[in-house]
Design a protein around this ligand. Structure first.
Ligand code: NAD
Length: 292
């Protein structure tokens, strides 16, 4: 079997097209919908990530503003910057780029973003609403992974799903979203004794572990859907710059067994960015509803 590729870029472009129409529709009712990116320091991966978000935001007609602090920025400065965005009625969404400088409590900074402007969906209030199944601003990565799984046409009700990874940003919220769709979810992690025993019984395997090659073809049930959330930079002498990006799945062996598979890059990543924009538009729309 050769797995069908789930094209995250094409999926993201379809979301962007819908968002662009929505932004156009809201144009007469709202000031420009604005997403502010807060960054500190000069981390190359974070800068690349931010550029991707900016390009996507401009494609759908959002205003994207970068607020950058120096590498030595202190927590209080970051908190002040976040509070300024919270207080600014012209700002609809805020994203705090990671990593933050050493000595800064990233959780404190992230939690300082007002829940209604937390377009990553990672504020405790938004995570709590996700737990209740009523999130207006769901966590972007989780929503992207689940929507790509649904795009395969898999019926989630009763589906045996293995989620590898139990982080706040990926594994835990993905498990919650899938539970709401009545999937039977097993969450595996670093403490799991025999990963393969779990994955081999699964109709869908999602992985967010940050471990290149963790999931191999022999660990999969034939025909399973594989959603690879991992983003890892690995050395590759033949690639420009000597590195390339891979996921957590050994793509070559997995694609021979799986029914569907997301590539890395070009899978969950672009859809996560599209979800960030969708959350920003949703945040602007709910502000309009509150104010009118
Ligand atoms: P994390 O370090 O917070 O969590 C890693 C998880 O993997 C933990 O639950 C850990 O127990 C589990 N794990 C680690 N090694 C394992 C092993 N050998 N067997 C089973 N489980 C194992 O990581 P994170 O922030 O969730 O990120 C995970 C990966 O997903 C990274 O590559 C990251 O870059 C990527 N990521 C991608 C997106 C996206 O938008 N596509 C967003 C967030 C994270």
């Amino acid at each position: 079997m050769t797995a069908k590729l789930i094209d995250g870029r094409a999926f993201a472009r379809r979301i962007e097209a819908e968002l662009a129409s929505e932004v156009q529709r809201l144009r007469d009712l709202l000031p420009p919908i604005t997403l502010v990116s807060i960054a500190a320091g000069d981390n190359a991966a974070a800068a690349l990530h931010q550029r991707g978000q900016e390009r996507a935001a401009l494609r759908v007609g959002l205003r994207f503003l970068c607020r950058s602090l120096a590498a030595g920025a202190r927590e209080e400065e970051l908190l002040a910057l976040v509070r300024a965005q919270n207080a600014d009625p012209g700002v609809h969404g805020v994203i705090v780029q990671r990593p933050l400088p050493e000595g800064v409590d990233a959780r404190r900074v992230l939690d300082a973003v007002l829940p209604e402007k937390d377009v990553e969906g990672m504020h405790p209030a938004n995570l709590g609403r996700t737990l209740r199944g009523e999130a207006e601003i769901p966590p972007c990565t989780a929503r992207a992974a689940v929507d790509l799984l649904l795009a395969t046409g898999c019926e989630p009700r009763g589906l045996e799903v293995v989620m590898i990874g139990h982080s706040e940003i990926a594994g835990k919220p993905i498990a919650l979203l899938l539970l709401d769709l009545l999937a039977t979810v097993t969450v595996c992690h670093i403490g799991t004794r025999d990963l393969k025993r779990h994955t081999r019984g699964a109709g869908a395997v999602l992985v967010a572990a940050g471990k290149p090659g963790l999931v191999t073809g022999d660990m999969l049930q034939p025909g399973a859907a594989v959603i690879d959330i991992g983003i890892n930079q690995v050395a590759d002498a033949s690639a420009p710059g000597g590195t390339r990006i891979v996921g957590d799945v050994d793509f070559e062996s997995a694609r021979r067994v799986a029914g569907w598979i997301t590539p890395v890059p070009g899978g969950v990543g672009p859809v996560t960015v599209a979800m960030l924009l969708a959350n920003t538009v949703a945040a602007a729309r709910s502000r309009l509803e509150v104010e009118s």
